[in-house]
Design a protein around this ligand. Sequence first.
Ligand SMILES: Nc1ncnc2c1ncn2[C@@H]1O[C@H](COP(=O)(O)OP(=O)(O)O)[C@@H](O)[C@H]1O
Ligand SMILES: [Mg+2]
Length: 232
Amino acid sequence: MLEIRAIHSYYGDSHVLQGVSLHIGEDESICLLGRNGAGKSTTMKSVMGFVPPREGTIRFRGEVISGLKPFEIVRRGIGYVPEDRRIFAELTVLENLEVAARKGGPGAGKWNLDAILEMFPLLTKLLKRQGGKLSGGEQQLLAIARALIGNPSLLLLDEPCEGLAPVIVEHLEEIILNLKREIPILIAEQNAHFALRVSDRGYVIEKGRIKHEGATADLRSNTEIQKRYLSV
Ligand SMILES: Nc1ncnc2c1ncn2[C@@H]1O[C@H](COP(=O)(O)OP(=O)(O)O)[C@@H](O)[C@H]1O
Ligand SMILES: [Mg+2]
């Protein structure tokens, strides 16, 4: 599905990703774990074409996408929820969904408004509310729903738990567990407890390099890795 091979990404002269490789299969959900500043968001931005890697390649469904523009990458079927969510504050929830809707996208094409509201029932009573008037948790749900209604075939979620109260995180966990039956997901998280509960496999990144890769069960029981690389 997605293969990142030895990418090097920079902000100006600052060499942030130093040979990151990872892959996601058709039927799996992956997490990218690491502390603040480790390179998680830069990895996602590199996939999306916002920070194009200077070396290495990224393939999506067998085709090279590194070098394409973000809109082309979205069009090929990668849905992206950035860290700051980017909800349109002036638009209603319904309008936020409508602007992103795409019938017969590269994914299954099943995500119309009805399917979205079935997956995110909390949004139903909020359809007429302005995006800017939603709580943080509601905004996160809307951001994920908005990515999904474009009918992608892979979903990238950057720190979905950030700033959310524990009860909202629990709700989000339920949603992501349902969602991963429908679509492969790559989650970047500092919250390893959360990410390891909703993923099949995980990578640990530090200072722009992948330090460890393993099944979530192994990462969960590996206290050495947790102490060294994660804030748990
Ligand atoms: N726009 C930017 N310009 C310069 N440096 C940046 C920028 N964004 C992130 N960085 C730096 O790149 C490194 C990785 O950041 P990031 O990928 O955001 O980490 P994470 O998402 O894991 O917290 C950090 O050292 C950060 O300071
Ligand atoms: Mg980040």
